[in-house]
Design a binder for this molecule. Sequence first.
Ligand SMILES: [Zn+2]
Length: 417
Amino acid sequence: MKNLGRYSMGVGDRFGHQAEAQLKAIIDAKELGVDITPVWNKSYREHQIIHSQPSNTRLKADEAVKNLNWKENYFVDADHIGIDMVELFIDSSDFYTIDVADSIGISPENEDLEKFLSENKKFVGELELPNSSLRIIVTEKTIESAGKKYLTAVKQAGKIYRKIEKLKGKGNFVTEVSMDETDEPQSPSELFFILSAIASEKIPAQTIAPKFSGRFNKGVDYVGDVERFKKEFELDLMVIAKAVEIFDLPKDLKLSVHSGSDKFSIYKPIKDALKKFNAGLHIKTAGTTWLEELIGLAASEGDGLEMAKEIYSKAFERFDELCGPYKTVIDIDSKLLPSPDEVKRWDGNKFAQTLRHDLSNDKYNKHFRQMLHVSYKIAAELGDRYIDALNKNKEQIAVNVEENILERHIKRIFPVE
Ligand SMILES: [Zn+2]
């Protein structure tokens, strides 16, 4: 089985120009004493919007690894794939995020549900959790309701897993099961029975991405009750430790948090919990790398700034089209967006400060940031003009990208002193 390591981090790179800067942040972390396995993730949705190919993600990752002489493991993640997309990612990926959120809530076959109920009957009562005095109360109803909600999704994950296994060969890839892109969070007890079903389905999942409570909007901070998140996250860690003890699951199974980047207010509880429970973590973040590109372009003043303004102005006109595919993961109040005319008068510094996620800066505008976050399609449409601008401002952008990952994410999540 491929070793993902205790800590791993998924980074996104929409335009395929920042893999080296991203890897540099991982190398910085290693020098600070924390080993993190880098994973480059790109979803089918992103490939479609940008018209890029999975092979390009692989190429850029391999290049960065070679140029920076990285000797440790690294992966390329086929992020959020369903059964029809498997083939597209077979050559380029060695990490598969099997997304079965769409199958949640579909009633399972009677026979399957009966089997699930009889396999799990033994847990009725109090479920003890390792290294804790906490207990989860399980009733027959708990099990039945988990089965009705999630069994079909897990069965679907099994189908997708077996398809990948057939094409890729057993043990040649990391498997993640994701259920995060749905409205209703999964409780820790539901997670336990999901893992039970994953084990019965013989999926060697190394990471599991549940939906946590609260909103994980793209590129901005967590919206929700941080205390509640903390309790839920800690219980999930304990549930996973328990599941690994009793079910036939990989020993290194860990939680995967699809953060949507920049969930600063929950990073501290995550960091504390990893330490408290001596647990591993996979975190997907830094889809905001592309925003660091924009910040770098804006800060360069001149042509770069003009291009950043042009992207905003076009995005503003195409609000519904750009926001539509992301409606469950953004909250933009269009009344609080600056008008393109106003933005035209800004200098680069003002643009950068309005966009950069620095809560202590009163110019920062989260609506502006989310709007631009989903506007990478406009940059893609600029084609070579955008890529040329990236090349021209390469150094400044690389500094932003590296600093964003190291300072705002790695140091806040992982136990770096
Ligand atoms: Zn996700």
